[in-house]
Design a protein around this ligand. Sequence first.
Ligand SMILES: NC(=O)c1ccc[n+]([C@@H]2O[C@H](COP(=O)([O-])OP(=O)(O)OC[C@H]3O[C@@H](n4cnc5c(N)ncnc54)[C@H](OP(=O)(O)O)[C@@H]3O)[C@@H](O)[C@H]2O)c1
Length: 234
Amino acid sequence: MTSTDSAQQPAARDPWDLPDVSDLVVGVLGGTGDQGRGLAYRLARAGQKVIIGSRAAERARTAAGELGHGVEGAENAECARRSDVVIVAVPWDGHAKTLESLRDELTGKLVVDCVNPLGFDKKGAYALKPDEGSAAEQAAALLPESRVAAAFHHLSAVLLQDPEIGEIDTDVMVLGEERADVEIVQALAGRIAGMRGVFAGRLRNAHQVESLVANLISVNRRYKAHAGLRVTDV
Ligand SMILES: NC(=O)c1ccc[n+]([C@@H]2O[C@H](COP(=O)([O-])OP(=O)(O)OC[C@H]3O[C@@H](n4cnc5c(N)ncnc54)[C@H](OP(=O)(O)O)[C@@H]3O)[C@@H](O)[C@H]2O)c1
């Protein structure tokens, strides 16, 4: 490359140069459940301001009080309104209805979907295939005025909620359309001790990431484990 070429080429960006997200307020819809509580606990323990949401404000306030670390509780709509980043941690059954009902409150927000559409039968867990392709793509279709990303699918809520565990040994695959949004979510994941957020593609590839949880459930059952994932060589 000549010196003229290098003057014209922007320097390659360091993919680990992530933004400071410490001032962002994180909301968790369905934050009274295992996954929501676990994420809220870990993020708040790392110093993030967190508001957990519920269909019933009182349930959210009770759960928030149990979590400590300054976590607040509110009805889902208020949680969405007051947050910069909103994690969706409701069951797949309630996903579409919850997001449709919060479209106004979620306008302009960074919405992070961690929902795994799964079915269970006597052979174990299996992946469902949403009409839109994935839960994350359903969120993007229902929330055209929001910025939708997907992450936190492969975490064990048991480990997240255990105060005796200092570090969670896992990577978090982060998917999204806008690099700036993906990097915010990577940075949030990176605030939790032991975790890294790793970019894993656009939302059209969310189905595989959501589905992989069915495999992890099989691993957990066979080995009596709370398995996590590491992406090597990055
Ligand atoms: N558990 C895990 O280890 C794990 C790991 C990764 C990802 N996830 C994903 O995270 C999501 C939540 O998992 P979870 O185990 O925490 O589920 P959960 O406990 O069954 O549900 C979470 C919360 O969602 C609310 N909720 C229940 N039914 C609802 C409905 N029909 N519409 C709206 N809200 C409803 C409830 O809160 P209120 O009654 O207070 O509103 C509940 O506490 C799931 O989509 C799952 O795939 C879970």
